[in-house]
Each structure stands twice: as C-alpha cells, then as structure tokens.
Write a protein that binds this ligand. Structure first.
Ligand SMILES: [Cu+2]
Length: 499
C-alpha cells in the first residue's frame, strides 16, 4: 500500500508531467548536420555534397482536376527546395544549401539558435513553418532524388489539417522498396513511430542501390494514399560519377572490391558485370553534358539524356468529398474517376509550369508543380521513371510511335546473375499500385536512309488503352494521356523544355 504522503506526491508529479508533456513532446525542428562520420568536412571546412536534406509538411490542401473541380487532399507539401519544386524539380538539397536560411531552396523556418550563440542547430521559427506549410499540400508529394553513397536526412513536420480540426491525424514517411530499412525509419506506425500534429521527425537513409522508388504516408494507407500522400524518390548510380572517357566496365569491376557492393555469390546483388565488356566509355550526351545512367550497367545500356519522374495515380472524387465534409468514407466503394500523371490529367499533363489552386482562405497555392510533357533532344533518349501508387486500379500505359525499352523493374536492373541483359522492347506496360518501372524512349534510332526515325518537331503520345481512363469524371477526352515531343536540338535540364 502507498502511504498517503507518497501517493499525494505521485499525483502532483503526474499533474506536473501532464502539463509539461505537450511542450516537451511537440515541437518543430529540422536535422541536417554539416558533417557525419561518413561525410566529414574537408580540411578547408567545406561541407560534403554527400549529405542531402529535405523538409516536408504533412497536412492538407487542394488540387485542380482536369475538369476544373477543386479536390481536397490529405497531402505533403514542400518546406525546403521550394524554388526547385515549383520548377518541377526534386526538392532534395545539399546540406550547404538546406542550412542557409536565406537561400531560396533553404529550409523554411530554420533560424540561428539563440541558445547556441546563433549557430544553425536545427532550431526553427515555427511561425514561418506554419505560414508556408498550412494547407499547402502538393500532388504528387515533393519529389526526392539522391545519389548512391549519399546520406539523406528527411524531416517530416506535421502542420495539421485545417479543414478537419476534428481529426488528430498522424503521418509518416514510408520509403517503399528501401532495402535496408530499419523499422524505426520505415514509417510503418505499428512497428515504429508516427508524427503528431505540432511535431517534427527526421528520417535517415543511407542511399541504397540506384533505381526508381517511391514513398508514401503509412497511416491508414488506403485513405491517406487515395487522399494524395504519395511521392517519388529516385537514386542515381555511382556510374554517373565515372570521369569523362573513363571505362564503364572498369568502374563497375571496381565496385566488386567494395564489400558493400561486391556480388560474390549473393543472388540479391544488384550490380552483376555485363557478360561482355563492350568497351563503353563515359562520353558527353546529346545535351552536351556527361551522359547519365539509370543503373550501374558497366556497358552504357541504361544511358539517357533527360529523365522524367512519372507517378500514376487515381482519385475518387466522392471519397475526397466525404473526406472533407466529416462523413464516413466508403473504403470498399472506392472508384477512381480521375486518372493522374503527376497529379494531373490530360490536357493539364501538357500545360507547362506549376498549376495552382485556391485554398479555403482564398489564397492561391501551387498544387501540382510537375508537368508530364516528355521533351527528348533530337536523336536522344528519355528515361521515364514510372511509379504507380493507385489504390484501386491497375494502369496500363502505351506508347504510340517510339517503343518502350524497359531496363528496370521495381528499382532493379533487368540483368541476370551471369550478366545477360534482360531488357526488352514493348509498346505497353501494366503496373499495379506499389510497382515501378524504368522505360527508355530511344529517339536515337536511324531509318533506312540514315535520318532520325523520330524527326525534330514530331509529337507522339503516351496514353492508357484502358479507354474509360481517358476521361476526367463526366468529361470525355482527358485522363491518363500525355505528349512526347522531339526537340529540334537539346533540352534545358532545368525547365525540361526544348531549347
Ligand atoms: Cu498521412
């Protein structure tokens, strides 16, 4: 039995604890170190480019559908890399940029820490974060891109859902397909932590094997995914860093001497050497910049000039409407009526620049920053990083004209363990929710008279042969379709437009 005195003391301690708890447990903060054991500063004090950081909000927002309907979202929004994201680029930044409060791509809210002599410690001004982050969801969620060997610090800040004050909705980040996931950073709430409104949490990833991945919130997945909490992440291969005129085969062979990347007898090895050394070297591409690769191929077979992340998704407008209006959501009745590339359906897929949508207080926010026009330099190759996070439907995508050359599936190079190339050509691919595929549209093919088969100025189409998905709810001639343009020369890699 407790003595009365001890019991009373326990109660007052408990009351004190309860009052202190909200302040202690819920606060915003970002984490983006200027050095780590893997990526120390240089002798001159320069921060390594191998530390990448990003901040995102979890909350709500609105997007505009192809028929003009404004649709309510549960959504992630950008809280760093704002300028890049608005331009349709990944929002991931080098630590040196993220940590610079005045940089247009720096972390929103990050300010000098008054308790640390003005150092950048991750201390933030919450006001700035709320001003930018509230009701500022994007569809798709902010794109992330890292290089093999990077360390990635991703801060999720839950700003709450203003349209649903009745909900105390937590959010998480699940990096789908991350091969070395620890439960702690995997975002599955039952096995880890979830982020409350008013709180921040920084996820840590050591960049895994190159490939096209995606990420999403893992709270009530059918609901939060349908409502819009889906994004794209891709990892670029070490092979991009082979010096100009260096041998691709020799570089991949060198990876066999690194215990992290050697194949040995491991059937999960993602970097088997090609069966034959074809002597490929790292050369400039059609865009007059060093050629990029989808994977560490050792033979240049995944080379491309320009890359396009394409996320396939579907919205059920009824589900979104009842989600906004405090009604029970009919999970098993979910039926998509909008079919989306990067959050847009045709003709918005080919509208350049960021799309904006007014939110409930009348202000316009950029809502769908990523157009899906595929511009290919004349005689060049485009890598389509296609991922599908549709909750209720399979989606088929066909290419009219330029064959689809499939080089990777689910973030894996199509190559067997003895080095045989298993890439194939097709005119359509079919993905279910939770799958990704890497497709190269190769416009470098010559015709019989030695001219490019796909001439400058020509237009081709990517569209779904599920013909009922070529509509925007009640409106025909829309849906899952976009255009492929052959430029007269190069592609501007910042705007992705023809030069
Ligand atoms: Cu969520």
């Amino acid at each position: 039995m407790f003595s009365t005195r001890i019991y009373r003391g326990g109660v007052s301690a408990l009351v004190l604890l309860l009052f202190a708890l909200p302040a202690m447990a819920q606060s915003f903060r970002v984490q983006c170190p200027e050095e780590t054991p893997l990526h120390p500063k240089s002798a001159a004090g320069v921060v390594s480019d191998g530390i990448k950081c990003q901040q995102i909000s979890g909350g709500d927002g609105y997007a505009t559908m192809g028929d003009g309907t404004q649709t309510y979202l549960f959504a992630f929004g950008p809280l760093s890399g704002i300028t890049d994201i608005k331009n349709g680029l990944p929002g991931t930044q080098k630590a040196s940029v993220f940590r610079t409060p005045d940089d247009p791509n720096g972390a929103i809210g990050l300010v000098p820490d008054p308790n640390a002599g003005g150092a950048i410690t991750g201390h933030v001004d919450a006001r700035a974060i709320m001003d930018v982050g509230v009701m500022n969801g994007n569809m798709p969620a902010p794109t992330m891109a890292i290089d093999e060997d990077d360390e990635f610090f991703l801060t999720l800040t839950n700003v709450g859902m203003i349209m649903r004050p009745d909900l105390f909705e937590q959010h998480t980040v699940h990096f789908h397909g991350y091969p070395n996931a620890s439960a702690f950073y995997d975002g599955v709430p039952d096995a880890s932590v979830a982020i409350n409104i008013g709180g921040s949490f920084t996820y840590y990833y050591l960049a895994p094997d190159a490939g096209t991945y995606f990420w999403h919130c893992h709270i009530t997945p059918p609901e939060h995914l349908q409502m819009g909490m889906v994004g794209q992440i891709y990892v670029r291969p070490r092979q991009n860093r082979v010096p100009l005129n260096g041998s691709l085969y020799a570089a991949l062979q060198a990876q066999q001497s690194d215990p992290r990347t050697k194949c040995g007898g491991d059937i999960l090895c993602s970097t088997p050497l090609p069966r034959v050394n074809n002597g490929a070297i790292h050369q400039p591409n059609k865009n007059n910049s060093p050629t990029l690769y989808a994977y560490n191929d050792g033979d240049g077979t995944t080379a491309y000039d320009v890359e396009y992340p394409i996320q396939i998704h579907g919205f059920d407008p009824n589900f979104h409407f009842v989600g906004m209006t405090f009604n029970p959501e009919p999970f098993t009745d979910m039926k998509d009526k909008y079919f989306l590339f990067n959050g847009r359906s045709y003709p918005d897929t080919v509208t350049p620049g960021a799309m904006s949508t007014p939110v409930a207080d009348g202000t316009a926010h950029f809502s769908q920053p990523l157009p899906t026009v595929i511009n290919i330099p004349l005689g060049g190759k485009a890598l389509l990083r296609i991922s599908d996070l549709d909750v209720s439907e399979f989606q088929t995508l066909a290419s009219l004209g330029i064959p689809m050359h499939v080089v990777g599936v689910n973030a894996r190079l199509l190559r067997d363990m003895t080095g045989n190339n298993l890439a194939y050509d097709t005119n359509s691919i079919t993905l279910g929710g939770g799958e990704s595929i890497d497709v190269i549209l190769d416009a470098s093919v010559l015709d019989a008279s030695g001219n490019y088969r796909y001439p400058a100025g020509s237009t081709y189409y990517l569209y779904t042969p599920n013909l009922d998905h070529l509509s925007n709810d009640a409106e025909n001639f829309g849906g899952l379709m976009t255009e492929v343009h052959i430029c007269t020369a190069a592609v501007d890699l910042t705007t992705k437009s023809c030069k």
